[in-house]
Design a protein around this ligand. Sequence first.
Ligand code: 5GP
Ligand code: ZN
Length: 113
Amino acid sequence: MPCIFCEIGAGRVPADIVYSSPEVTAFRDINAQAPTHLLIIPNRHLVSIADLRPEDAPLLANLVSVANELARREGIADTGYRIVTNCGLNGGQTVPHLHLHLMGGRSMGWPPG
Ligand code: 5GP
Ligand code: ZN
């Protein structure tokens, strides 16, 4: 089975893409949990944040700065937002390709479930 997020990043599976660059793709979550719910992925396959090595620091910085830029574009920067990445079974990760969730447009509870 090909990785669904690799396929979206490569343009072989459709998604509501909101940002695309050689390194990073962002698209709307198919099951949005907030008025704005975007997923930001590296185009290169990494299973989770646990796969990041010290030399991947620029990639992580790029993912976060794309998320921040998209928060501005979505109009949620001033009211605040959440960036989260789930890692592994107990982290609640369901798609084994590293992704940041950018969520906003409503008030979030803490701690999450
Ligand atoms: P996780 O549970 O791994 O942190 O998050 C995976 C997210 O990917 C979920 O919020 C889920 O709704 C979303 N998702 C799963 N498959 C697809 C898909 O094919 N397209 C899009 N746009 N989102 C997906
Ligand atoms: Zn992948």
